[in-house]
Design a protein around this ligand. Structure first.
Ligand code: ACK
Length: 257
């Protein structure tokens, strides 16, 4: 075992790593989080990015859509998260933390990180573009238009992404339809990793007796009582926030399956 393997083995969040199976490394275990960014993400030259329009507001700045050129490859559509100017070091670190997490994953139901821009301003995180945006608004806008097969397909995809995260030893903590993105083929992908707002700024959060804030309606009892987050509490969120609500979506009139 190399010293790097030993270091990783020590920081698997209590998850026992098996040879040949990749496990998640918490970027917070790095003394210098910039090191995690170097290790798990690719730096993109900003001249390869064309920002086209603003599509929303993220926690740290605007979210835009655009195109990414890679030499020898077809240009692809991307979403670009930006870190707004005037940030303090801690905000930059929290912003890039998500990229260090996402960069470790490689699964069709997990949002794919293309790379980051850290050597020039604005600092950016570039990810694959998901044409239908977040699952919660997508379902609301198109209620009554899906077949059972389509809805079950979405659930299956999310479950597959979550199983991958669990196998990697990563606990999401805030699995919700607003954190799932949908592409033009109705493929659902888990997004929103390691954000500092997970417990503090959630609109559904309520104060617990210990003064912390938790999305109480959808959080597993052990996570509410003593903040025990695990793949089991993620599975609870899956059932309460995705499985049950998706089954309440009206099925389209032409759906026979
Ligand atoms: O519901 P939406 O259209 O989907 O509005 C939010 C907004 O940006 C702020 O987060 C959208 N968004 C975030 N990431 C992506 C992405 N990778 N592809 C497309 N839209 C995205 C999200």
């Amino acid at each position: 075992m190399t010293s790097e393997d030993k270091r990783r083995a020590n920081y698997q969040n209590g998850h026992v790593p098996f040879p040949g199976i990749k496990t998640y490394v918490d970027p917070d275990t790095y003394e210098d989080p910039t090191q995690a960014v170097h290790e798990f993400t690719k730096e993109i030259d900003p001249s390869r990015i064309r920002i086209e329009r603003v599509i929303g507001a993220g926690e740290f700045g605007e979210v835009c859509s655009g195109r990414l050129r890679t030499p020898g490859k077809k240009e692809i559509a991307v979403a670009i998260k930006t870190l707004k100017g005037g940030y303090v070091e801690r905000q930059r670190r929290d912003f890039l933390r998500e990229a260090s997490i996402m960069g470790q994953f490689d699964h069709p139901n997990i949002i794919r990180l293309e790379g980051v821009v850290t050597k020039s301003r604005p600092v950016m995180i570039v990810v694959e573009y998901m044409e239908n945006g977040s699952l919660d608004s997508f379902l609301r806008q198109h209620d009554g238009h899906f077949t059972v097969i389509q809805l079950v397909g979405m659930l299956r995809g999310i479950a597959s992404g979550m199983k991958y995260l669990s196998d990697m030893g990563y606990v999401h903590r805030d699995l919700a339809a607003r954190n799932i993105l949908v592409n033009s083929n109705l493929v659902c992908k888990v997004s929103d990793f390691g954000l500092s707002r997970v417990l503090e700024d959630d609109p559904e959060a309520a104060y617990t007796t210990t003064g912390g804030k938790i999305p109480i309606r959808w959080t597993a009892p052990e996570a509410i009582s003593y903040r025990k987050f695990s793949s089991a509490s993620d599975a609870w969120s899956y059932a309460h926030k995705l499985d049950a609500p998706l089954k309440c979506v009206h099925v389209g009139p032409t759906a026979t399956d």
